[in-house]
Design a protein around this ligand. Structure first.
Ligand code: SF4
Ligand code: F3S
Length: 106
């Protein structure tokens, strides 16, 4: 499966959702997650993310492995998002900031 990682937090560009053939992205207030039970491993979303926040589970950097469970858990209750929406005004300022997990709004 594919996994949305730390750098999506507070960037939330949503380009990724437009290309997903199975609509498996789910939306929170300042982060998106992928439902691991729906993702078909097509990898189309990876190059769409301006923040380079999406990885194949097997390619996750060691410090991002915790996002496997975060995606699985949060996708249960967050609603599906399948159309791009405007990103936060300060998205560019947050792109590349490390360890944004503390800002994640569940
Ligand atoms: Fe959707 Fe494909 Fe990305 Fe999985 S890898 S989330 S199926 S676009
Ligand atoms: Fe997040 Fe990148 Fe999608 S920032 S919302 S994973 S395009």
């Amino acid at each position: 499966t594919f996994v949305v990682t730390d750098n999506c937090i507070k960037c939330k560009y949503t380009d990724c959702v437009e290309v997903c053939p199975v609509d498996c992205f789910h939306e929170g207030e300042n982060f998106l997650v992928i439902d691991p039970d729906e993702c078909i491993d097509c990898s189309l979303c990876v190059p769409e993310c301006p923040a380079e926040a999406i990885f194949a589970e097997d390619d996750l950097p060691a410090d991002q492995v915790k996002f496997i469970k975060i995606n699985a858990d949060l996708s249960v209750n967050w609603p599906v998002i399948s159309e791009m929406i405007p990103h936060p005004e300060d998205a560019a300022e947050w792109d590349g900031v490390k360890d944004k997990l503390k800002y994640l709004k569940e």
